[in-house]
Design a protein around this ligand. Structure first.
Ligand code: NAD
Ligand code: FES
Length: 296
C-alpha cells in the first residue's frame, strides 16, 4: 500500500499528490512514469513522476481529474492509500549537458516538463520554460520553474503573463535568441496533442531538435498489450517501453489523435454512471437532511 502524505490543489481539477513509494523514489529518472491502480476494480493509469524525495521515500504525482479513476485518486486524503504503484517505467529523458533548452508545458503537461527542466538545470543547462493555460487559474508550477531559470507564461485570455498560446511564447523566445546571436539547442514539449504538434511544426523549419512526451492509452505499461502503439518515423513504437518521449518531428500526431478518441464515449458513459451512483448513494444517506452538497 502507498500512503498519501499530502494532497494539494494546483488548479481546478488538478492535484499534487505526495505518496510513499520508496523504491520508485530511489530509482526513478526524469521522464519516467508509474502505473497506478487505486484498488481492485479500478483501472490502471499511467502517471509521470513529477518529483521524488529518496530520503523521505516519496514520489510526487500531478493528476488531472478527467475520468472516474482520476477523480477517485484526487479525492484521496492524507493517510489513505493507493494499492498499486508500479515503476519506474519507460525510458528516461535524453538530456543535453550544456547549451540552452526550452521546456514547453501546455496546461497539466507542465507537470511532465518540470522534472526535465529540473534535471537540465542541475546539469548546468540554461533553461527557459514556456508554460500556458486557458486562464491564470490553470497555469501550474510557475513558482517552481522560476527557481530553475526564466519563465514565460502565456494564457489564452491574457489573465496572466502574455495573451496567447505557448507557441506564441516559443516564437518570441526563438526570435530573441536569434536577435542576440545565440540559439536554442533543444525543445522539450509536453501537453495536449495539438499543442505538441504545433510546437513540432514551429521548430522544424528552425532546425531545433524537439522532444515530445506522448500519452496514448496504456494498459499494462510493459510492452505486452500494444495499446500504446504510436508511429514514429514510419515505424510502430510502444510509448511505454520505447518512450514516452520521442522526436517530435517524426511523430504521426494525426494517427495518435484519432486513436486517443477511441474510448472517449466509453469514458463519458463511465463518468455519468459513477456520478449517478454517487448521487443515489448520497440521496440514500443523510445529505438530503443535512443540506450537504452532492457530487459535482
Ligand atoms: P489545454 O487544452 O487547456 O491547453 C493548455 C495550453 O496548451 C493552452 O493554454 C495553450 O497555451 C497550449 N495549447 C493548447 N492547444 C494548442 C495548440 N493547438 N497550439 C498551440 N498551443 C496550444 O490543456 P489541459 O486541459 O491542461 O491539458 C490537458 C491535455 O494535456 C490532455 O489532453 C492530456 O491528455 C494532455 N496531457 C499530456 C501529457 C503528456 O504526457 N503528453 C501529460 C499530461 C496531460
Ligand atoms: Fe501495453 Fe504499452 S501499455 S504495450
Amino acid at each position: 500500500m502507498h500512503t498519501i502524505r499530502a494532497n494539494t490543489t494546483l488548479a481546478a481539477n488538478v492535484h499534487r499528490l505526495v505518496l510513499d513509494a520508496p523504491l520508485v523514489a530511489k530509482k526513478r529518472l526524469p521522464g519516467q512514469f508509474v502505473m497506478v491502480r487505486l484498488g481492485s476494480g479500478h483501472e490502471r493509469i499511467p502517471l509521470t513522476i513529477a518529483d521524488s524525495d529518496p530520503a523521505a521515500g516519496t514520489i510526487t504525482l500531478v493528476i488531472q481529474a478527467v475520468g472516474v479513476s482520476t477523480r477517485a485518486l484526487v479525492a484521496l486524503k492524507p493517510g489513505e492509500a493507493i494499492r498499486d504503484v508500479a515503476g519506474p517505467l519507460g525510458r528516461a529523458t535524453d538530456l543535453i549537458e550544456s547549451g540552452h533548452a526550452v521546456c514547453v508545458g501546455g496546461g497539466v503537461g507542465t507537470a511532465v516538463v518540470f522534472p526535465i527542466a529540473q534535471a537540465l538545470q542541475r546539469a548546468g543547462v540554461r533553461v527557459t520554460s514556456i508554460i500556458g493555460g486557458r486562464n491564470a487559474e490553470l497555469v501550474i508550477l510557475a513558482k517552481e520553474l522560476k527557481e530553475l531559470g526564466e519563465v514565460v507564461i502565456c494564457t489564452d485570455d491574457g489573465s496572466l503573463g502574455q495573451k496567447g498560446l505557448v507557441t506564441d511564447g516559443l516564437r518570441q523566445v526563438a526570435a530573441e535568441a536569434v536577435a542576440k546571436g545565440s540559439k536554442i539547442d533543444i525543445a522539450y514539449a509536453v501537453g495536449p496533442v495539438p499543442m505538441m504538434r504545433a510546437v513540432a511544426d514551429l521548430t522544424r523549419p528552425m532546425g531545433i531538435h524537439t522532444i515530445v512526451s506522448l500519452n496514448p492509452v496504456m494498459i499494462d505499461g510493459t510492452g505486452m498489450c500494444g495499446g500504446c502503439r504510436v508511429t514514429v518515423g514510419g515505424q510502430t513504437r510502444f510509448a511505454c517501453v520505447d518512450g514516452p518521449e520521442f522526436d517530435g518531428h517524426q511523430v504521426d500526431f494525426a494517427e495518435m489523435w484519432s486513436r486517443l478518441g477511441t474510448y472517449k464515449e466509453l469514458e463519458k458513459e463511465a463518468t455519468a454512471t459513477a456520478t449517478a451512483t454517487a448521487a443515489a448513494a448520497c440521496e440514500a444517506h443523510a445529505c438530503r437532511l443535512t443540506g450537504a452538497t452532492g457530487p459535482a
